[in-house]
Design a protein around this ligand. Structure first.
Ligand SMILES: NC(=O)c1ccc[n+]([C@@H]2O[C@H](COP(=O)([O-])OP(=O)(O)OC[C@H]3O[C@@H](n4cnc5c(N)ncnc54)[C@H](O)[C@@H]3O)[C@@H](O)[C@H]2O)c1
Length: 308
């Protein structure tokens, strides 16, 4: 955005361009077969970044997708669209913070029989300043952002670590596998009002680096992506009334007065815009791809250049 246009946005004369959660599909002539033969598991695939990633992996040839989400209707919709792009899809509706939710995901992955890419993406925000944060608010953010990814990685070890070990023993080298954990610039830089979220998103970085060290000898890469401001319901105005059910109770999503915060974010980012869900998904596919075959244990910051 040019300086004059940015000033116009700031003074309320222009609205920033809206961006659909999943974004437009790539036209067929822009699709590759990069992930052909691979099975990709994505949690939180019903909306936002996970939805965009599921569709993008399907556009780029993924043979199998294991998709999971708390929101069964949104999940079914994304699964149908990914199937229409040619992928075999297995779904597991449920909560990643519940033992049954993890078991359903593992069963769905088991039906595929192999797993090449795991994207731990499911998550939400439950903001509050430190002196007002409830124990439940704190615990839930650690559960969803670091305990659930740990449990899933552990439960999927037979399809990732053990399968790689068997291949290495049989063939001398295991096929490439990749784990991508979704962090946030709140985790890497802190953010007022998000002590719980920031702590969970920082903790998942430690988990990522440890997996990279333990399973790297088996050709399993593990990286985290710290997103900045991406246009999804988590960063839209709280006044929009979006909620998520946490243990059966609605928790409000979004940011109070998000529009002015987004405008400031556009000013601060050298790329001068908020990221789209497809911008975010592109980073996930890049790290999962063979072009990143020597990248592991890293935290990729995807924020339009806001932090360097
Ligand atoms: N949007 C951003 O600016 C931003 C920035 C940094 C990190 N992130 C992270 O990216 C990830 C995706 O967020 P998004 O912005 O696409 O949000 P979103 O709300 O659009 O999508 C998240 C999806 O995860 C699902 N989900 C949430 N909690 C779950 C649970 N306990 N079990 C199963 N599914 C669950 C939701 O139902 C939803 O479909 C999250 O981990 C989020 O923290 C987002």
């Amino acid at each position: 955005m040019q300086a004059a246009a940015r000033l116009a946005v700031l003074s309320g004369q222009l609205a920033p361009a809206p961006c659909a959660a999943g974004g437009p599909a790539a036209p067929p002539n822009k699709r590759s077969r990069m992930f052909e033969g691979q099975v990709v598991l994505i949690t939180g695939a019903g909306k936002g970044i996970g939805e965009a990633a599921a569709l993008m992996f399907a556009e780029h040839g993924a043979s199998g997708l294991v998709l999971s989400d708390l929101d069964a209707a949104a999940l079914a919709d994304v699964a149908a669209r990914a199937s229409a792009l040619g992928a075999r899809v297995e779904t597991a509706a449920g909560d990643v913070t519940a033992a049954e939710g993890v078991a359903a995901i593992v069963a769905a992955a088991g039906r595929m029989g192999r797993l090449d890419v795991l994207v731990n993406n499911a998550g939400f925000t439950w903001d509050g300043v430190i002196h007002k944060m409830s124990p439940e608010q704190w615990d839930k953010m650690l559960q969803v952002h670091v305990t659930a990814p740990f449990r899933l990685i552990q439960a999927l070890a037979p399809l990732i670590r053990d399968a790689a070990k068997a291949e290495a023993e049989r063939d001398g080298r295991a096929a490439p596998r990749s784990i991508i954990n979704i962090s946030s610039t709140s985790g890497t830089h802190g953010n007022a009002g998000q002590a719980n979220y920031a702590a969970g998103k920082a903790a998942v970085v430690g988990l990522t680096k440890t997996v990279a060290k333990e399973w790297g000898p088996l050709n399993v890469r593990a990286n985290a992506i710290a997103f900045g401001l991406i246009d999804t319901r988590l960063t839209r105005p709280k006044e929009g009334g979006e909620t998520i059910l946490v243990d059966g109770r609605p928790v409000a999503l979004g940011i109070p007065g998000a529009d002015s915060m987004r405008q400031l974010a556009e000013m601060a980012a050298p790329l001068q815009r908020v990221g789209s869900a497809r911008d975010a998904a592109g980073a996930i596919l890049s790290l999962a791809s063979e072009w990143s075959s020597y990248v592991t244990g890293q935290v990729l910051e995807v924020n339009g250049g806001t932090y360097m």
